[in-house]
Write a protein that binds this ligand. Structure first.
Ligand SMILES: C[S@@+](CC[C@H](N)C(=O)[O-])C[C@H]1O[C@@H](n2cnc3c(N)ncnc32)[C@H](O)[C@@H]1O
Length: 322
């Protein structure tokens, strides 16, 4: 489990603030890649009822959105940076605090007993209860988490939320996961935030306990450059193979690879990355698709977006396992 003093793994702080800064057409808590994926005809029900692994989940915003808004059965986020995994707990609490209650949850006890009294007194006898409109709901205002802290998640202690779980061998020793839930991917479906769990681990090299049950969907978004620069060509192929092995038959790998141009800046972060950069023979644009289809064994590829590889304008692809 690693604390980092640099960002040589792409373990950026405030990543989603930077990433979403240019997207005035989307709400600030929505991810444009998920928007694109779900607009795509073939991927409309990509997450619904599925077990999803988000590798390199950073502070957890994408995992949280999938767990909360896209009906996933379970979402597992994993990141190499333990401080970011701790941040994931805060991301979940914040999203939970701002979640609008459903109409049935929103009826406050005082209001319920007032209605009951009225009905018993015959005021509205024989009339159907009026539904409450959204405008009448007094849910947690957006500024409240910053001012007063987040709402507690019922049945989950603060200590449990900020707890961090690591790779499988550590988890066996009683350590460490940050969560919305106690779930394993075999457990029955639960609602957000109980369908969400985070692990701190170097997933390219370590197992986490949910790997054994396999995933319907694995997300590898803006991650391959870091795996490649640290693990060299062999490490990247091993990572692709691990993704394939951890995906259920019929499952999918969603890949947003960084272009080769972006490796040049990344190599400046440490001397090791600089040395490694010159050893790399594989190129994202020329080799990844061939490796995934011909060597790893994915049955087919679908392009959701063709990016220019400048800034965050990256290609988004789905690889299907037969
Ligand atoms: C550039 S960020 C992308 C975040 C997120 N996937 C997204 O696109 O929204 C890359 C993330 O991958 C994480 N990461 C890098 N290498 C990793 C590894 N071997 N295992 C797990 N996480 C890793 C970093 O800590 C960082 O948070």
């Amino acid at each position: 489990m690693s604390h980092f003093s640099d960002q040589s793994r792409g373990n950026y702080r405030n990543y989603y603030l930077r990433r979403r800064a240019g997207h005035t057409d989307l709400a600030p808590d929505r991810d444009e890649r998920l928007d694109l994926l779900l607009k795509d005809d073939h991927a409309k029900d990509l997450f619904q009822g599925k077990v999803v692994l988000d590798v390199g989940c950073n502070s957890g915003a994408v995992s949280q959105e999938i767990a909360q808004l896209h009906q996933a059965k379970q979402v597992i986020g994993v990141d190499i940076d333990v401080d970011l995994i701790q941040q994931c707990g805060r991301t979940v609490q914040q999203a939970f605090s701002l979640q609008k209650p459903s109409i049935s949850q929103a009826e406050f006890p005082a209001e319920r007993s007032r209605k009951k009294r009225k009905l018993l007194n015959g005021d509205r006898a024989g009339q159907a209860e009026e539904p409450i409109s959204e405008g009448q709901l007094h849910y947690f205002p957006a500024c409240f988490p910053a001012l007063y802290g987040s709402l507690p998640i019922a049945g989950t202690s603060q200590a449990a939320i900020s707890e961090v779980h690591g790779a499988a061998q550590e988890a066996e020793g009683g350590r460490k996961r940050s969560k919305g839930s106690e779930n394993s991917s075999e457990a029955p479906a639960q609602k957000f935030p109980r369908n969400l769990v985070f692990y701190a681990a170097n997933w390219a090299e370590e197992e986490i306990e949910t790997d054994a049950n396999r995933y319907d969907v694995v997300l590898a978004l803006s991650l391959t450059k870091w795996i490649h620069l640290h693990g060299l060509d062999e490490g990247l192929i091993k990572f692709f193979q691990k993704c394939f092995d951890c995906i259920e038959p019929g499952g999918k790998l969603v890949l947003e690879k960084q272009g080769w141009r972006g490796y040049k800046d990344a190599k400046r972060s440490t001397q090791t990355l600089k040395d490694n950069y010159f050893k790399l023979k594989l190129r994202p644009e020329e080799d990844f698709e061939r490796i995934l289809l011909n060597e790893i064994g994915f049955a087919r590829r679908e392009a959701v977006k063709n990016g220019s590889s400048s800034g965050f304008d990256r290609s988004l692809e789905i690889y299907y396992k037969a």
